[in-house]
Write a protein that binds this ligand. Sequence first.
Ligand SMILES: C[S@@+](CC[C@H](N)C(=O)[O-])C[C@H]1O[C@@H](n2cnc3c(N)ncnc32)[C@H](O)[C@@H]1O
Length: 231
Amino acid sequence: MPEFWLVAIPATSKIRHWTRPVKLGYGHPMAERKFLGEVYGLATPDDTRQFYDSWAESYDSEVSENGYATPARVAEALARHASSKEIELLDFGCGTGLSGLALLRAGFTNIDGADLSADMLKGAAEKQVYRRLWQVDAGSPVPSSYAAIAAIGVIGSGAAPAEVFDAIFESLRPGTLFAFSFNDHTLADPEYESRLHAKTANGSGRLLFQEYGPHLPGLDMKSNVYVIEKT
Ligand SMILES: C[S@@+](CC[C@H](N)C(=O)[O-])C[C@H]1O[C@@H](n2cnc3c(N)ncnc32)[C@H](O)[C@@H]1O
């Protein structure tokens, strides 16, 4: 098993007593692969699934140590606009379940989850916040039975393509809600927000909430959180 060593060699005499080598065992956070620096370049659904399968074990710790704030922001925004906390709610792209936990903390009680990555779904199952969990193929139809769908950190650069926005929106029945986020990388590509603007412009969607705020403060990244109603 590989071992990683960090040897501090201070430049000044004041801190020369720090020169003792510090052994970082395998599994130490500083010795682990970091995925956040790689995620925004994924190209195909297969690349995306394999990438998240590899990330699943360390995903929670890596995003949490960077202050992952978007799930709570989306969950609270949805809670403000939902007719009840007992609605049937799908956490689409639920990953390891951090978004489901945020939805539960916001008061929702009937949450199902779906994701592309089987290994991310294992983490979601361990959190015990979902009634049902299942694996989806990229491009497979989104169920039309839900009163609200959340896609938290899912659509955009580093995860699902813009077509997934339309697939979720088309699955919704009139009066139901779609709560989602676009991070800074996604906002930089007009392809994503233009899909939302097209729905509000043609009257098929009504924007109930939009707020720009913290996403991964540890990386100085922000996101827009939205809630739209299918009209
Ligand atoms: C950044 S993670 C967010 C996970 C979770 N919602 C959260 O807030 O922690 C993105 C998730 O989207 C999933 N994903 C990417 N493309 C997808 C697609 N086309 N359909 C369903 N899930 C997808 C990935 O497997 C991954 O679990």
